[in-house]
Design a protein around this ligand. Structure first.
Ligand code: SF4
Length: 93
């Protein structure tokens, strides 16, 4: 798919120990029935766990903002842009 091609071409710089997106209250995720983040994130950053919680690994995040919109109502995501020089490094041309 187009996204996979992009993921393959783009490089990602991990800001170790400073994820730019954070789940504020992991317990709140157990009450979220849809857990749309686990299916809508194009980079597969969110994993639905058997205990009802959601694991978030921001490595590879495309900064598309989908999860931010999905989770807006619950307010359970802290979403920042990565610091300069970190995150997805888009290649043009
Ligand atoms: Fe996934 Fe987009 Fe959220 Fe990054 S911003 S974690 S790519 S949904």
């Amino acid at each position: 798919s187009k996204i996979e091609e992009k993921l393959f071409q783009d490089r990602y710089r991990v800001d170790s120990g400073r994820p730019h997106i954070r789940i504020k209250d992991p317990d709140h995720c157990t009450e979220c029935l849809e857990k749309q983040c686990t299916v809508c994130c194009p980079a597969g950053c969110y994993t639905r766990e058997t205990n009802g919680k959601v694991t978030l690994v921001t490595d590879g995040c495309l900064e598309c903002g989908t999860c931010r919109i999905i989770c807006q109502e619950s307010g359970n995501l802290e979403w920042e842009w990565p610091r300069g020089g970190f995150g997805i490094l888009f290649k043009f041309g």
